[in-house]
Ligand binder design. Structure first.
Ligand code: ADP
Ligand code: MG
Length: 569
């Protein structure tokens, strides 16, 4: 089947009301219509759905769309029904939410050739009953949306996504496959192509640069809640999402915002689905400005004017961070992505992972290492993210080049060549048996160090790094890990090794410019406390008391008017 450009344009207008294709859509659609395997990598909001919806409407037969979430499917089906002239059957969902007579109706519509798109969850596709039925009808192609669910290296691994290929093979001969994802890491791409067996697929990859997003990382101190409230209050009436790791923190922070006069709702998977959709709708309909949420919130949310996304805790990977921040500024307007970062959080996540199977830990730690590097980097954050996705970015002339904190306020760096030599020698000299903390204790000559008085090159090295505080050494270790001079043993949880690159460095030490983030942390702590005191006098104490009371779940009984705790000086 071949359509000329005009016919394609006409159908785009007719079915979707759009007058032009976005990005690579047209090329993708042509490829799908021709019946080839196709692999589409486009950032969220790039317009992936159309890449299979339009071909499905134009081709003979029914297209099967595999999608991970019932809510996502429902949204799409509703939208499709809206566009087609009163054809209720043009798109259907087939999943566990249907009763017997509904399933019958779906099947009838498919047999009648009315249904052009059939949305299924991967679990449903494993059902013999459905396989048998689908074998008897004409399938135009299979679209696998959110295809990164196939990969353990993706941000949303679903084991049931891994069995799709054999099932598709059973449905009919040479059914074309189109995989779509917003996950661009080379590892995930490789997994998808291999698992789906579409090595021959034409790859369509769009740029992941979001030039209207501003990226910023701030040190996370004990005042992080206050910092967030202050940020939110500085942006009155704007829509924002605040992500927290734990449900408890979600509820706490939402309450704190409410008490401070901000309209906010909490959202996490602990609420029942009715409550969840109520809060989600309140946010979408702009009854509230802010949603405080765990990562359970956001997939498939298409609110164009989210003006900021704040991370109270560090996300588990750059991938997740990109996805979550990607919900800001969909309309092309302002979108501030602010992450609070403390290395303590990383250690918490590491500890949390240490209970998991080794393979999973290894992946988790590797991903975590990357986000640590992002948080600590002094280069353009946009360049860092795009590099992670295998994309070059010109940090001087590229689009959005000045849109991050590092570009606007470059961090100070210092020469750390000699320190790095000491560090690597101490690690080697103690036979690569110790974790960061212990190595640092030895370097600074701490009295409670396990390792004392070893000699390297005939010299006692205990305390050889006492000219720097422990924060300095911890930062150097992190940066040396990122630079590849050190490696952490994952199976023995955190033991440090010198890599080949590290050994080469020791043989011929060259410059190692280290970012001064260790000093920056402590000073900012004090600066924030100082500023708060100046602005609101006892504000800090009041908030602390409030926090305590909230923790005891006495928020409602508190006799506090919605007051402004924080004002910027
Ligand atoms: P993705 O799945 O890549 O995240 P969607 O398919 O959900 O993106 O599309 C994102 C938005 O872009 C939707 O609101 C959709 O209607 C819109 N869109 C898609 N294609 C076009 C187009 N050619 N012209 C205008 N808007 C489009
Ligand atoms: Mg999509």
């Amino acid at each position: 089947m071949v359509l000329n450009d005009l016919e394609l344009q006409t159908s785009l207008k007719k079915y979707f009301g759009f007058s032009s294709f976005k990005g690579l859509q047209e090329q993708v659609i042509k490829n799908v219509i021709e019946g080839n395997n196709t692999f589409v990598i486009m950032p969220t909001g790039g317009g992936k759905s159309l890449c299979y919806q339009l071909p499905a409407l134009l081709k003979e037969g029914t297209a099967i769309v595999v999608s991970p979430l019932i809510a996502l499917m429902k949204n799409q089906v509703d939208a499709l029904r809206g566009i087609s002239t009163n054809e209720d059957g043009v798109a259907h969902v087939l999943n566990s939410s249907l009763n017997k007579s509904e399933v019958k109706q779906v099947k009838q519509d498919i047999v009648d050739g009315v249904t052009k798109l059939l949305y299924v969850a991967p679990e449903s596709l494993t059902k013999e009953e459905y396989i048998k039925f689908l074998q008897s009808v004409k399938i135009s192609f299979v679209a696998i949306d959110e295809a990164h669910c196939i990969s353990e290296w993706g941000h949303d691994f679903r084991p049931e996504y891994r069995n799709l290929r054999p099932i598709i093979d059973r449905l009919g001969e040479k059914i074309p496959i189109i995989g779509l994802t917003a996950t661009a890491t080379p590892k995930v791409q490789e997994d998808i192509v291999k698992n789906l067996g579409i090595q021959d697929a034409a790859l369509f990859k769009a740029s992941f640069n979001r030039p209207n997003l501003f990226y910023e990382v701030r040190p996370k101190t004990k005042n992080v809640e206050a910092d967030i409230i202050r940020f939110v209050k500085k942006n009155p009436g704007k829509s924002g999402i605040i992500y927290c790791l734990s449900r408890k923190k979600v509820e706490e922070l939402a309450q704190m915002l409410q008490v401070n006069g901000v309209s906010a709702v909490p959202y996490h998977a602990g609420f029942d689905s009715k409550t969840r959709s109520k809060y989600q709708d309140m946010f979408l309909m702009e009854d509230v400005d802010v949603v405080v949420a765990t990562i359970a919130f956001g997939m498939g949310i298409d609110k164009p004017d989210v003006r900021y996304v704040i991370h109270h805790d560090i996300p588990k990977s750059i991938e997740s961070y990109y996805q979550e921040t990607g919900r800001a500024g969909r309309d092309g307007g302002e979108g501030h992505c602010l992450a609070f970062y403390s290395y303590k959080d990383v250690e918490k996540l590491e500890k949390f992972m240490s209970g998991k199977p080794v393979a999973e830990q290894e992946i988790g730690n590797a991903l975590l290492q990357e986000i640590v590097a992002y948080a600590e980097t002094s280069i353009s954050r946009r360049k860092f993210i795009l590099h992670y996705f295998g994309e070059e970015f010109d940090e001087v002339n590229g689009e959005g080049a000045d849109m991050d904190d590092n570009a606007r306020n470059p961090k100070e760096k210092e020469e750390a060549r000699d320190s790095l030599v000491k560090l690597l020698k101490v690690i080697q000299g103690t036979n690569e048996k110790f974790r960061s903390k212990e190595i640092v204790k030895t370097l600074i000559g701490s009295t409670n160090a396990l390792i004392a008085s070893h000699k390297i090159d005939g010299k006692d090295f205990f305390g050889c790094g006492s000219e720097h505080p422990k924060e300095y050494w911890m930062a150097l270790i992190r940066q040396a890990l990122v630079a590849g001079y050190l490696r952490k043993e994952i199976e023995q949880y955190g033991i440090l090794h010198v890599t080949e690159e590290g050994e080469a460095f020791l043989k011929a030490p060259s410059s190692f410019m280290m970012t001064k983030d260790h000093v920056y942390n402590e000073e900012t702590d004090n600066a924030i406390v100082g500023a708060t005191k100046k602005a609101g006098g006892v504000a800090d104490e009041r908030l602390l008391k409030l926090l305590k009371d909230l923790r005891k779940n006495e928020a409602k009984k508190l006799d506090v008017p919605p007051f402004v705790v924080f004002q910027d000086p």
